[in-house]
Design a protein around this ligand. Structure first.
Ligand SMILES: Cc1ncc(COP(=O)(O)O)c(C=O)c1O
Length: 407
């Protein structure tokens, strides 16, 4: 693949089949954890399952059996799914660190004076393209900790302000996402701060794994909502990989060999998982440089090591998409066929719908369509992982004057 290609490119993970037979998953995604984590989120004031839209007219138009889209813009009023992971990791880590049984999230009045005092002296730090940092800042605010957040160069000022609104000391650095991750990790080490990051690396796996566990609530809700007609295909956005790996682990645990096909979707210029699967040497291959894409939430060059192991051993298809695909998804979701529900979906949220649309309608993607066996018997589940987290950019794209930047 040329890094600036305007084509949708894909790779089937043929190596996975052999590996799958020998490699079991960790216990972290088993049904007992799913139940406990759903309970954890249910106890947070304001918890409600986010809506799942059945886009029947679109399914008919595209020649498939069903298209379901779960709308994460409704998640705790934060406009993205990320809080599910950050909240669970933050609270479980602090409970362990402070050796207390329960830290109530969202109700500081239920904290004892000594717990309050301990929490006030803790600083959480993280790096983010926007959504994860907002989630960490929100969690810290709910329990009364301090938070520090770093964002890569070029980050949206609106997303920065939304993080500051939760009391975080947030700033945009002169470097890309992976530089911001390193900066947060270094400061955590130097100052004894708590690093709440979703990228695992050797020696730092527990919190990223808890973040991935937190996402189980999203999948549990979705599969409950679709009911007995289970999906045949799930398309899922991939940044550092924690989201798709968590979904894959959920599917492997719950459905074993008869699980839906999982299609991981990345932006062309930050397609580290796609590239790693193409390389087929078992190693994760990072993408470096500017990671230039409108899909800010997916603009990550270095795969999470935990996510890579799961996706390498069990993942099915890896796709890299140019920005125009996400633009298509935003426009289609925002302007549906009659009777389908409109949905505000941001740049990282809409790319999977855009991809399904492109696969079904553009003859250039015939091979992928045939490989996936997309036809009237296919039931497709998608996750709109964010709403208009940058409303100005959203309008610019959906109302019309967006053009791909020259490479
Ligand atoms: C809106 C959105 N969707 C999807 C993702 C991808 O999640 P992950 O980085 O865990 O692969 C992100 C990550 O920030 C995101 O913000």
């Amino acid at each position: 693949m040329k890094p600036d290609s305007d084509d949708i490119v894909w790779q089937a993970n043929s190596a996975a089949r052999a590996a799958r037979a020998n490699k079991a998953l960790t216990d972290a995604f088993s049904s007992k954890h799913v139940t406990a984590i759903r309970e954890f989120h249910r106890a947070i004031p304001g918890y409600q399952p986010t809506p799942l839209a059945a886009l029947s007219k679109l399914a008919e138009f595209l020649g498939v059996g069903a298209v379901w889209v779960k709308d994460e813009s409704y998640r705790f009023g934060l406009n993205a799914f990320k809080v599910l992971g950050a909240s669970f990791a933050l609270i479980r880590t602090l409970e362990k660190k402070l050796q207390c049984e329960r830290i109530p999230l969202g109700d500081k009045n239920r904290q004892s004076a000594s717990l309050r005092n301990q929490l006030e002296n803790i600083t959480c730090v993280t790096a983010t393209d926007g959504n994860h940092g907002r989630a960490v800042a929100w969690g810290a605010e709910q329990i009364g900790c301090r938070s520090v957040v770093f964002m890569p160069a070029g980050s949206s000022p609106v997303r920065l302000e939304n993080i500051r609104r939760h009391g975080a000391e947030a700033s945009i650095i002169d470097g890309n996402y992976d530089d911001a991750v390193r900066m947060a990790a270094d400061l955590a080490e130097q100052n004894d701060w708590l690093l709440i990051q979703d990228t695992a690396r050797p020696g730092y796996t527990q919190i990223p794994e808890q973040i991935m566990q937190g996402y189980l609530t999203l999948f549990d809700e979705a599969f409950e909502q679709v009911g007995e007609h289970e999906p045949t295909h799930v398309f899922i956005q991939c940044g550092v990989g924690s989201l798709p790996a968590s979904l894959l682990a959920f599917l492997v645990e719950r459905y074993g060999g008869r699980r839906p096909t999982l299609i991981s979707v990345e932006p062309t210029r930050a397609a580290s998982f796609y590239r790693s699967v193409v390389a087929a040497d078992g190693n994760a291959h990072a993408v470096t440089g500017r990671l230039d894409t409108i899909m800010a939430g997916l603009a990550c060059g270095e795969p999470s090591s935990l996510a890579w192991e799961i996706l390498r051993d069990h993942g099915d298809i890896f796709v890299a998409c140019p920005d125009r695909v996400s633009v298509r998804g935003m426009r289609v979701l925002g302007n549906p066929l009659p009777d389908d529900r409109p949905m505000v979906s941001g740049e990282s949220g809409a790319v999977t719908l855009g991809l399904v649309y492109e696969i079904a309608t553009d003859p250039a993607n015939r091979h992928l369509r045939e490989h996936l066996r997309l036809d009237r018997s296919s039931r497709i589940l998608l996750f709109s992982t964010e709403g208009d987290t940058d409303p100005q950019m959203y309008r610019k794209i959906v109302w019309g004057d967006w053009r791909p930047r020259a490479p």
